[in-house]
Design a protein around this ligand. Structure first.
Ligand SMILES: NC(=O)c1ccc[n+]([C@@H]2O[C@H](COP(=O)([O-])OP(=O)(O)OC[C@H]3O[C@@H](n4cnc5c(N)ncnc54)[C@H](OP(=O)(O)O)[C@@H]3O)[C@@H](O)[C@H]2O)c1
Length: 281
């Protein structure tokens, strides 16, 4: 059963129903940061999502947070004025309940940050059906379902932004992470297609593409990060990228930025890329 939704540090939040525009993307960063809005963040009970919640809260955004673990979600909310809605997003109609709760709490949504995700590592041939169903469902399907719920409200308001958290694995494909890579590649192409579709509506789509981030992700997937490069970055760095993508209207942000390079090499010289990948893993 989902835990009861609750509020922390948002006095009067549910009274405010007037849509507030996202900060103008042409504004300098300082000015944009002075005009925070409302945001729904998934995956906020851990790692990157929790860091995003802290960052947005520090900038003055009003938040609704989702994750499964009610205790850890409450911990995030203690550091970020927010209402919390702990629920497993794979449960039937969870995205509807979450969106309804968020709209009831903050009146409208300027920003959706879809961060919830799970990993799995190992040879594809050894992966159980249950494991790959979970990876595809959490990383791809629950994300699409939630965007489908939130988007009509943003389009009707004529403003808003969806920030999807992808992965470098979804851009180049990583050995031992075939299904995870496929799930994140699907999220990336979805972001591209949706961005085209929403042109002229006032609603934008950003894809944030982290490489390796120092979070419980690896421990939870049951396989530690074993490479030396790329070096893990702190989740706060990804949170900063999410914030920048949101307020400056960036389509795609790599964290760290140099990770765009292997993606470019793969695009222009796929043979060379495959040789390098075979040599350096
Ligand atoms: N860490 C990395 O190196 C890395 C790199 C690239 C991309 N990413 C992506 O970044 C995102 C966040 O990952 P992270 O590193 O912060 O991992 P994390 O610390 O393990 O956090 C994952 C979050 O997703 C939530 N979640 C998982 N399954 C869920 C479900 N069925 N329903 C609702 N929430 C669910 C978790 O909730 P509970 O904790 O409450 O279960 C948690 O809040 C993921 O999409 C991941 O694929 C991570």
């Amino acid at each position: 059963m989902p835990h009861a939704p609750s509020r922390a540090g948002t006095p009067g939040a549910s009274d405010t129903r007037t849509p507030a525009p996202l900060p103008d993307v042409r504004e300098p960063p300082g000015a944009a940061a002075q005009r925070p809005g409302t945001a729904l963040v998934t995956g906020a009970s851990s790692g990157i999502g929790a860091a995003v919640a802290r960052r947005l809260s520090a900038e003055g955004w009003r938040l609704v947070l989702n994750g499964r673990d009610a205790g850890r979600l409450a911990e995030t909310a203690a550091h970020a004025a927010a209402a919390v809605f702990p629920e497993d997003l794979t449960r039937p109609a969870a995205e509807r309940r979450l969106t309804r709760f968020a709209l009831d709490e903050v009146g409208h949504l300027d920003l959706l940050v879809a961060c919830a995700g799970v990993g799995w590592a190992g040879d594809f041939a050894t992966m159980t059906r249950r494991a790959f169903d979970e990876v595809m469902e959490v990383n791809l399907l629950t994300t699409l379902r939630l965007v489908r719920q939130v988007l009509p409200h943003m389009v009707e308001a004529g403003s808003g932004r969806v920030v999807l958290v992808g992965s470098l694995a979804g851009a180049v494909g990583v050995r031992g992470e075939a299904v995870y890579s496929a799930s994140k590649a699907a999220v990336a192409v979805f972001a591209d297609a949706l961005r085209h579709e929403l042109r002229g509506t006032g609603v934008g789509v950003s894809l944030v593409v982290p490489g390796v981030v120092d979070t419980p992700f690896f421990e939870r997937r049951g396989a530690p990060y074993a490479r030396t490069r790329p070096r893990p970055v702190p989740p706060e760095r990804v949170a900063d990228a999410v914030w920048r993508a949101a307020v400056r209207g960036r389509d795609e942000v790599y964290v760290p930025a140099w990770l765009r390079l292997p993606v470019r090499v793969r695009g222009v010289a796929p043979g060379l890329y495959r040789r390098l990948a075979a040599t350096f893993g």
